[in-house]
Design a protein around this ligand. Structure first.
Ligand code: ZN
Length: 289
């Protein structure tokens, strides 16, 4: 190698390093601006068991266990928009309900999700079953075409909805299952078989009982009810055959008065407290908490 070639190589080395840095720098240290366009989420595999959540409360496994399920989450916002999204409202009420139950003691609690993440519909009751839960409470909020609709409702599983509105509601809620490739037809076909199971084990009676207690506590706290009776609907999230299960639809997110309640800490706490009293009354009747 001639002396002049060596000189050129030595002189060009810093230049090559500078070019390499210029090319590779954004890859390792992307600016916030570059990240604005990155959207990435992992869908859980269908049929793969999801991790089981933590159980809080007394260490005594004979104490009753309630699994609280905050509806929707992650890329599935549920009803509403802007600051008043169903997934956020449901999570806040679920967390307030967990805290209230733990503060008052005697009941074990697990949450299907404690953050803004997606869980497929069939995985939610499945978690409750695998944890050996005694009660499953799914928390939601609704929206309607008219902003006049307001108040809470409580649903239990049935093959057929108790009203046309209940069937529309079920179709909306079950739609989240489609995201993960769960066929709706498949879900509704199994509901009949599940109901047979439910009636055999008395699970349906337990679901209705806890549903009526929630309505009673809501009335007692002067929180508005949309429907005064426990509603029935073919809801995929309520299909654990051996665990009493309710869907607590806490209000209409597109109604101004309801939105006020649903999005404020005080309102979320009031709804959680009513549900907590109902859950406690249900277990008191059953096992004496
Ligand atoms: Zn919902």
């Amino acid at each position: 190698m001639s002396r002049s070639t060596q000189l050129v190589m030595i002189l060009s080395a810093p230049l090559a390093l500078a070019i390499a840095l210029w090319v590779l720098w954004p890859r390792f240290f992307p600016s916030q601006r570059d990240l604005d366009y990155v959207v990435r989420f992992d869908l859980p595999e269908v049929g793969m068991p999801v991790d089981l959540p933590r159980i809080d409360g007394p260490g005594d496994a004979s104490r009753p266990l309630v699994v609280i399920d905050a509806g929707h989450g992650g890329f599935d916002p549920g009803a509403g928009q802007g600051d008043a999204k169903e997934k956020t409202v449901a999570l806040r009420i679920a967390l307030a309900l967990r805290n209230r139950l733990l503060e008052d003691g005697g009941i074990r609690v697990a949450l299907t999700r404690d953050a803004d993440r997606f869980i497929a519909l069939p995985d939610r009751p499945d978690m409750a079953r695998r944890l050996g839960a005694d009660l499953f409470v799914s928390i939601h909020a609704d929206s309607a075409d008219s902003d006049a609709a307001r108040g809470a409702s409580v649903y239990v599983l049935s093959e057929k909805g108790s009203s046309e509105a209940a069937e529309r509601f079920a179709a909306r809620e079950n739609a989240a299952g489609r995201v993960n490739g769960v066929a709706l037809a498949q879900t509704s076909q199994t509901v009949g078989a599940i109901l047979l199971d439910l009636s055999q084990r008395g699970t349906q009676a337990g679901s209705t009982q806890v549903g009526e207690l929630v309505l009673r506590e809501m009335r007692g706290a002067n929180l508005g009810l949309h429907r005064d009776q426990v509603q029935t609907a073919a809801l995929a999230v309520l299909k654990a055959p051996d665990i009493p299960s309710i869907l607590f639809e806490t209000g209409y997110i597109n109604n101004e008065a309801d939105a006020q309640l649903l999005t404020s800490r005080a309102g979320q706490q009031a709804l959680a407290d009513a549900a907590a009293r109902a859950i406690r009354a249900y277990f008191a009747r059953k096992v004496g908490v």
